[in-house]
Design a protein around this ligand. Structure first.
Ligand code: FAD
Length: 576
């Protein structure tokens, strides 16, 4: 008989082998969502590619990201060429480029946008790569998607002709990637304080050419080819901000007029360089009207990043749950696999509930964006997309944070070890996801404005109610607490929105908008369940939905009873 250490190590090997070799083919829910949202023709056209990229993400990309994230292999500032020319570049470890080839070439994560209204496809690919906790390219991918949207919607024809082709190529060595620099040292939430200035300097690429001067404090993907950045053209506040495309290299091949002060030493997203940059008359081109820069930024760039954030945290949550569930099935304590203990079953069930709700909500929003870009979204649904994108960004990273912590707890001491699993990296990255692209408070404040000024709560809640009504008796019974949460929000909103102080109103609003965000996820998951053809699987996943609704949408989380214990026990055995 094997000694205890030998047996334990064999169990650890079993844990590794239990984890999927393909993040796509193992994800029954994603397959279902893509069949629904892409439509059968488009789904069949891309099915093989999703499968091949799912294998790349669980295999070579995962391995390269581990190497790239080792302390000694992180990016370093590389300011001078060997011949002493200023290049303001970043030196990357070869594993960084291995990751890049997998993401851009195998993944086509940006090239997917060459076909119009491709958010579902592009974001599904991003969801798969987000399982890896690879930020070195994944953050730039989100920023580059913003460049595609902003240039496509608001760029002059000449700007598009000059740069869009390079952005959309799937050849890693030739591709142009993007960055978005808004935050200055005086604040990221209060963008109206931006002090970096732009002054006109002739014409270029069918638009005004500008010279940009001043300091940006958070510049992720600091060696990006194309920077989208805000700069002040007039006055005060967000009104006087323009949005500019600043190429890294000038047309003569020399580096544009900026210097990188230093790269930041960060808690997470460590394989991606985030710099502090001084712009010294850098050449930039206006994207859209310069007096509407903030509006263009929000509509084309920040909303895109927020949706990427939601999809990214859905990927993080699923990966964390996969690691933890396989561990629970393999690790033996007190004579049994720990998955047999109801306390562990509860942990796995709650992780799965959050993860599946997030995935459904994220892909439903991506489909909403596709429909908006095709001009198919109107009325209530436009309000749903706007408010939903913000609330989903806030809630998704709060949920994924809890999922990753729970996964770490499932692994016990091994969960805290960097070399043992991906979990510490996912946790550290998740902290960043929570704070960029709008902090939780900023998103609540924006939602308050959308409700109080524009009355978007009524149409938003109307769409949530439609999604939370499926016509399937069992699903609708499970969703009853979600409707009650909407009732409570509607009862409270009148008084809250009438408060004169927006700060106090936002405080009182917080619990309601948290539940509205969760109602969006629950409704999306319910609609997704309707498309599950296998009745046994549908019933099994209804257990999962019920756990999510009970935990997040009831006025008070119910104490577990024997029925709950049985439900957790069923969920821990679910595959996919
Ligand atoms: C790793 C990393 C990379 C980043 N990369 C980029 C990048 O590439 N480009 C870029 O532009 N930015 C980037 N950021 C910056 C990020 O977007 C900002 O940190 C974020 O917007 C918050 O701004 P701030 O840090 O200045 O916090 P502040 O705006 O100072 O906020 C501090 C706290 O006050 C709260 N707060 C502020 N106003 C209110 C209010 N009215 N009511 C209630 N609470 C309020 C906030 O929610 C927050 O909790 C990055 C950040 C990180 C961590």
């Amino acid at each position: 008989m094997a000694s205890n250490p030998v047996k334990a190590r064999r169990d650890l090997h079993a844990w590794r082998e239990r984890q999927p070799a393909n993040f796509y083919t193992s994800d029954r829910q994603l397959v279902r969502l893509l069949q629904t949202f892409l439509g059968q023709d488009r789904y069949l056209r891309h099915r093989e590619h999703f499968a091949s990229f799912g294998a790349v993400c669980a295999g070579p990309l995962d391995e390269a990201a581990v190497i790239n994230n080792r302390g000694a292999n992180l990016p370093e500032l590389d300011r001078w060429s060997p011949l002493g020319e200023r290049i303001e570049a970043v030196a990357h470890h070869p594993s960084y480029h291995d990751c890049g080839r997998h993401i851009y070439e195998d993944g086509e994560v940006i090239a997917a946008y060459a076909e119009p209204a491709s958010n579902v496809r592009a974001l599904a690919l991003f969801y798969l790569s987000s399982h890896v906790g690879e930020a070195g390219h994944n953050c730039p991918v989100a920023c580059t998607a913003g460049v595609v949207k902003a240039l496509g919607a608001e760029g002059s024809d000449a700007l598009k002709a000059r740069w869009l082709g390079g952005v959309l190529t799937n050849t890693y060595a030739d591709r142009l990637d993007g960055a978005q620099f808004v935050t200055e040292v005086q604040g990221g939430s209060d963008v109206g304080l931006n002090a970096v200035e732009a002054t006109p300097d002739g014409e270029g690429f069918g638009t005004t050419r500008w010279r940009i001067t001043g300091e940006k404090w958070f510049c992720s993907n600091s060696d990006a080819d194309l920077i989208l950045m805000t700069a002040r053209v007039a006055g005060h506040g967000t009104q006087g901000l323009g949005l500019f495309l600043v190429p890294r290299l000038l047309e003569d091949g020399t580096v544009n007029h900026f210097t990188v002060r230093r790269l930041k030493d960060k808690i997470g997203t460590r394989s991606m360089p985030s710099g502090e940059i001084d712009f010294q008359g850098a050449v930039g081109y206006a994207v859209g009207p310069v007096d509407k820069g903030f509006r263009t930024l929000m509509a084309q760039v920040i909303n895109t990043s927020r949706l990427y954030n939601t999809v990214g945290t859905a990927g993080i949550a699923r990966r964390a749950r996969l690691v933890a569930q396989a561990y629970a099935q393999s690790r033996v304590a007190f004579g049994h696999p720990i998955a047999q203990y109801p306390l562990v079953q509860e942990m796995v069930a709650r992780m799965r509930a959050s993860s599946q709700a997030l995935t459904a909500g994220a892909m439903r929003l991506a489909h909403g964006l596709d429909r908006a870009e095709r001009g198919e979204l109107a009325g209530d649904e436009l309000a749903w997309l706007r408010v939903g994108t913000n609330l989903a960004k806030m809630r998704s990273c709060q949920h994924s944070h809890r999922v990753v912590l729970t996964a770490i707890e499932t692994l016990g001491g091994n969960g805290a070890i960097e070399t043992f699993s991906v979990l510490p990296r996912l946790l550290r990255d998740n902290v960043v996801y929570e704070n960029w692209e709008g902090t939780h408070n900023t998103l609540i404040a924006q939602t308050h404005r959308d409700f109080a000024k524009h009355g978007l709560h009524a149409p938003f809640i109307a769409v949530l109610r439609r999604d939370l009504t499926t016509g399937d008796a069992a699903i609708d019974a499970a969703l009853a607490p979600a409707h009650e949460a909407l009732d409570r929000a509607e009862d409270a909103l009148g008084a809250i929105l009438a408060l004169p102080d927006p700060g106090t109103a936002a405080l009182l609003l917080r619990p309601h908008v948290e539940r509205l965000g969760d109602a969006l996820f629950a409704g999306a998951f319910a609609q997704d369940l309707l498309t599950e053809a296998d009745p046994a699987r549908r019933a099994a996943e209804l257990d999962v939905l019920t756990v999510f609704v009970d935990e997040h949408l009831r006025a008070a989380r119910p104490d577990p009873d024997l029925a709950t214990a049985a439900r957790f026990g069923r969920i821990v055995a679910l595959d996919g």
